[in-house]
Design a protein around this ligand. Structure first.
Ligand code: NAD
Ligand code: MG
Length: 398
């Protein structure tokens, strides 16, 4: 890290849950970091307020009309941030020569192109956007390697694994027997599975331990979030599908574990607060203050563990099926899930039907040879899988 000047960061998805937590950590270290660019899909007022506070050089809103509103607001309030529009501009602020690091905190496959742009430009890439790596897979990891980027996980489980491993990643293979991703079990861990069909979006988004965006909250309730994390771990740590295991740990205090070849188990603990993995991704290999509360082992609840019940969480198992399937199957699963969750949040699909759509998509849609070798191919596969999921949902509701 260049210690003579603050590191410049672009935040993709700065108005979201991860985006605002990132700004909270940055605010604790003004001498170390400088905000270069901010971006959001909607919420013009919030992005305007962030621009006035952080004074970034650029702000991006993909939608041109919203970008105009933002320009107008900033002009009225004396802001000097240059507002860019169009999805392409997200890649521009990620790969800009003056940027040192990029926080990829957009939700969904829309974050793939800008994350790849940062990887190819050799940036320090802080990855929260798990859908990008689930969709991008091998291509994503190749871009990181060829671009000479430093990829740092922000997802708390993957940060935990990363914190348990030595800095030299060349030694990881030889050390790891398997990893255990912990899962809280979400809001429905103890609910009668027969009643899951009646769950409302607000019930699904009421997570017991974490406050997050609505998409990941629904994914936590179905445990598709853990399914995506199994796939994410496969790529981040170059593991075989059977080397990634999942255990329910309702207190969310152990954030994940590495089981070494010699059966030594390394775990990372802490209060559930995303500012910890964010701070680590920002400062690695150093450590900085994150704002999180200290974990008090004398007063914290007892740690417990359970197997994930397949009847309650059928979606979890689709991750291993997709990893063992044809290349591109994980992209199909991700696209189907994004469409199904959006439909559930919009009130047009039942909670239990999310799994039906995901499973049927995975079974019915075959990726074509070579589709995963380029971004264009992957995005075409993503679009095809979304159309297929839409057709399935029409058939379900007919
Ligand atoms: P969120 O919904 O709170 O925020 C998403 C952000 O992305 C917003 O700023 C939004 O404006 C922007 N955005 C959404 N769609 C976009 C698009 N098409 N183009 C450009 N920008 C777009 O989501 P979140 O909870 O902050 O999650 C962000 C990512 O981080 C997700 O991939 C999620 O799985 C991952 N993650 C989140 C948490 C958490 O605690 N929230 C934990 C681990 C991983
Ligand atoms: Mg996670």
């Amino acid at each position: 890290m260049n210690s003579t000047r603050p590191q410049r960061i672009s935040i993709l998805g700065s108005t979201g849950s991860i985006g605002t937590s990132t700004l909270d950590v940055l605010g604790r270290h003004p001498e170390r970091y400088e905000v270069f660019a901010l971006s959001a899909m909607s919420r013009v007022d919030e992005l305007a307020a962030q621009c006035l506070q952080w004074k970034p050089r650029f702000a991006v809103m993909p939608d041109a009309a919203l970008a105009r509103q933002l320009r107008e607001k900033l002009r009225e309030q004396g802001g000097h941030t240059e507002v860019l529009d169009g999805a392409r501009a997200l890649s521009d602020i990620s790969a800009h020569p003056d940027v040192d690091m990029v926080m990829a905190a957009i939700v969904g496959a829309a974050g793939l192109a800008p994350a790849l742009a940062a990887a190819r430009a050799g940036k320090r890439l802080l990855l929260a956007n798990k859908e990008a790596i689930v969709l991008g897979g091998a291509l994503f990891m190749r871009a990181v390697e060829e671009g000479g980027a430093t990829l740092l996980p922000v997802d708390s489980e993957h940060s935990a694994i990363f914190q348990c491993l030595p800095e030299d990643r060349k030694t990881w293979h030889q050390r790891i027997d398997h990893i255990v991703l912990t899962a809280s079990g979400g809001p429905f861990r103890q609910r009668d599975p027969a009643t899951l069909r009646d769950v409302t979006p607000d019930q699904a988004c009421a997570h017991p331990n974490w406050v997050m965006g609505r998409k990941i909250s629904v994914d936590s309730a179905t445990m598709m979030n853990k399914a995506l994390e199994v796939i994410e771990a496969r790529w981040l740590f170059d593991l075989k599908p059977e080397q990634v295991r999942v255990l329910i740990h309702p207190q969310s205090l152990i954030h994940s574990m590495v089981v070494c070849r010699d059966m030594s188990v390394l775990a990372q603990l802490g209060t559930p607060d995303m500012r910890v993995p964010i701070a680590y991704a920002l400062s690695f290999p150093e450590r900085i203050e994150s704002g999180a509360q200290r974990l008090d082992l004398l007063t914290c609840p007892s740690l417990s563990f359970e197997e994930a019940d397949e009847r309650r969480f059928p979606g979890l198992h689709l991750s291993w099926a997709a990893l063992r399937g044809a290349e591109g199957s994980t992209a199909v699963l991700n696209a189907a899930n994004e469409e199904a969750v959006a439909a559930f949040l919009a009130g047009s699909l039942r909670f239990d039907q999310i799994h039906q759509v995901n499973q049927a998509s995975l079974e019915q849609l075959q990726p074509e040879a070579g589709e995963c070798e380029s971004v264009e191919g992957l995005l075409a596969l993503d679009a095809r899988a979304r159309r297929h999921a839409q057709d399935l949902m029409k058939a379900i509701s007919a």
